[in-house]
Structure formats: C-alpha cells, structure tokens
Design a protein around this ligand. Structure first.
Ligand SMILES: *Cc1c(COP(=O)(O)O)cnc(C)c1O
Length: 379
C-alpha cells in the first residue's frame, strides 16, 4: 500500500460485509425493512454489496434513484425523499413505479398529483412529517426540529389530510420521519417513537389506514474510538423501536440508515507533504488530502481520528494540527491531536470516513476526484 499514490479512499470489504450482515440480521428479527441511504456513499461496488444483502434504497435525487436501479435494487424497495424534487425527478420515480415518494410539503403533494395525472399513473406517497424532536447533534445535521426546512409541520398535517380527497392520483400509504444524523443517544429514537404513536392515534381516529411507517436514518458511529466500535449498535437501535413504537396490524416498519452502514469501513489515506511550526510554536502537518476529499471537519466541525501508518512505534509523540492544501482557513482536519512525530512522506489514515466523505467531494481548486480502493484489491 505504501507505494500507492495518495490521496485515496480505502474501504475495508470485510468490515462492510460484517456491518451489512449485522444490520440485516438484527432488522430481520422484527421483520423490519432497511433502505440504505445512498447519499452517504454511492460507490458502485458498495451499492452492489448493499443489493447483495437485500437492502432497499433511500434516495434524495433522480440521480440516486437511477444509481439504485442500475445497481439492481428493485424499484419496489426504493423510497424517494427530498425537500425540492424537480418535475423530471418525480416523473422518473413514477415511470419506474418506486415504493414511495416521501412527500415534504402540501405543494409537493399537488405537484406529484398533477404529474401522476399527466402520465396516467397513481403515486404512492408517505407524508414526511417534521416531528419536532431535538436530535442533540450538530445543528447542520439536524433535520427534524420545527425550524428546519424538512417535512410537513405538525400544524399542517390536518390540512394535508383534508386535501387528499381532491388529489385523486395520490394514495397515502405511510408516514415518514427523519430526525437528523449522527445520533448516539437511543433516547432520541424513543422520543421519536412517542411522536409517531401520537400521530398514528390521530390518523386512526380519522379513519386513515397506513400500510407503512418509515422512521428514517440517523444512527451514529463512534468517531472518537472506531476500533472500540467498528460496527454500530444495530441491536440496541432496532430494539428501541421494537419496545417503543406501536405498529398497527399489518403495518411494516422501514429504516434509512446511511452513515451507520458505511461510515467505519472507509478511511482517507493521505501523505504528509510539509511540516510547519508557527511563531507561537504550534506544529502543523500539511497533507495532500483536503476539504475537497473530506469536507466534514470544515463543514460540521466533525472530528475524525487520525493515525500515522508509517511512523516507527517508538517515535516520540507531538501535538499537531493537520491541514490540507486547499486555499481556505477551514481546511483543517484536526487541531491539537497527538501523533507520533510526523515527517514528510509519512502516510496518515483519516479514520471513519466511509460516509459523507467521497460522496461530498468537490473539484474546488481544480483538484481531481480521488480513487476508491477496496482492501481486496490492494497489491
Ligand atoms: C440523510 C438521510 C438519511 C440517512 O441518514 P444517516 O444519518 O446517514 O443514517 C436517511 N433519510 C433521509 C431522508 C435522509 O435525508
């Protein structure tokens, strides 16, 4: 591996398989259905593995719907969320007869109804309801609080139901929720369940039968100590829903995990190019990967563990800031972390980068997209 040009993403196939195995077998205990959230990582081989383990897909764009179909995921397992779906994206979902549109506003209900009418189809929709639950996560990855742009507010649910009689090309088959991402406290999911139970009572009292409930994604991973928890606690996660959510007879429960499936299997491999010491005595290691390859630290103040793969085991420790080559002051991967003394040419691994890493890459500074390599392809 030392001879490979950097930077690149390295995916651990065995860990990805073990994670998919654990997620699917824990979900199967309760008959829950899992739709992988493509936006976390849409690498083709990862999608093929997701399909091999029988997961469906959660998509947030027409491009993702197409990628899921191309990977062999059946349309009957595809859900399509997104706060601003274009007419073309809606038409694609209708043409391919996907399982459900997760519908985020009253206006979107009218638009889907119109497009379905023009093409002589009926659209199955789930109302994405903003549950106003605080996920206790970073505000940029919180989606289910009343002030967020996502979903239909509680106060408008009554109106949505009233509209249904006039929207003859729509069939409301479910309710959809998504509170946010990187949620590590199971209590957040328990709170969500209570909200869902309340809403279910309300829908039942109005005589509306729903065939499915979709509680979104959001299960977090251990960024601080990935080795201690390479596979997230799917057992506890599904058990929280099993014990708090009251499903009605015949209802199916659906999940949309992204990060928890692919986060830990990926790492960004980079080389140290330069070492600097600021006038204040701060040591900065400048590496060949930047926010163009992994934007999470710059965008969300996310922390990723960093390891020096090539330092000798007896090298002394030193406090470092690790930064990239991009012309932005926020292009910093970590500040004040301890690493073995790091030299030009050392190879570093930025851990837990499988989710929202490569997928959020950009060409900024006219940089090329980096390769993605799987452990079983290494020379
Ligand atoms: C992003 C997203 C997900 C996946 O979230 P994770 O935190 O990666 O599990 C699931 N559902 C919807 C609607 C999303 O927007």
């Amino acid at each position: 591996m030392n001879s490979l040009p950097t930077p690149f993403y390295l995916y651990d196939v065995d860990l990805l398989r073990a994670t998919l195995d654990e997620a699917t077998s824990q979900a199967a205990r309760y008959g829950y259905q899992v739709h992988y959230a493509l936006k976390a990582n849409f690498n083709r081989r990862i999608l093929a593995l997701v399909n091999e383990y029988g997961l469906g897909a959660d998509c947030v764009s027409g491009g993702e719907v197409q990628a899921a179909l191309d990977a062999g995921i059946p349309a009957s397992k595809i859900v399509f969320a997104g706060v601003a779906k274009s007419d073309e994206e809606i038409a694609l979902g209708l043409r391919r007869d996907i399982f459900s549109f997760n519908c985020e506003s009253l206006q979107e209900m009218e638009v889907i109804n119109d497009i379905a009418g023009q093409t002589g189809r009926k659209a199955r929709i789930a109302l994405r309801i903003n549950p106003d639950v605080d996920p206790h996560t970073h505000k940029y990855i919180s989606t289910g609080k009343a002030e967020n742009k996502f979903g239909i507010p509680y106060a408008e649910v009554d109106k949505a139901l009233g509209m249904i009689g006039n929207l003859s090309n729509l069939e409301i088959t479910g309710l959809h929720f998504h509170v946010g991402s990187q949620i590590r406290y199971m209590k957040v999911f328990a709170d969500l369940c209570l909200r869902v139970n309340e809403l279910q009572e309300w829908f039942a009292s109005r005589g509306l039968q729903l065939s499915h409930i979709n509680v979104g994604g959001g299960l977090g991973i251990n960024y601080d100590d990935p080795a201690a928890e390479p596979i997230p606690d799917f057992k506890g996660y599904f058990a929280a829903f099993a014990s708090h959510l009251k499903l009605r007879p015949g209802q199916t429960l659906h999940f949309e995990p992204g990060r928890s499936i692919v986060g830990q299997c990926g790492r960004l491999i980079t080389r140290v190019l330069y070492n600097k010491v600021t006038p204040g005595g701060k040591h900065i290691a400048l590496v060949d990967a930047g926010m163009t390859e992994l934007i999470r630290p710059a965008l969300y103040q996310a922390r990723h563990r960093i390891e020096n793969l090539t330092a000798s085991p007896d090298a002394p420790q030193q406090t470092y800031t690790v930064g990239g080559p991009i012309c932005e002051s926020s292009d910093i991967f970590a500040s004040d972390i301890t690493l073995p003394v790091t030299r030009r040419g050392d190879m570093l691994a930025i851990m837990s980068a499988g989710a929202y890493g490569r997928a959020m890459s950009s060409n900024y500074n006219l940089r090329n997209f980096v390769p993605e390599i799987f452990t079983d392809e290494l020379p």
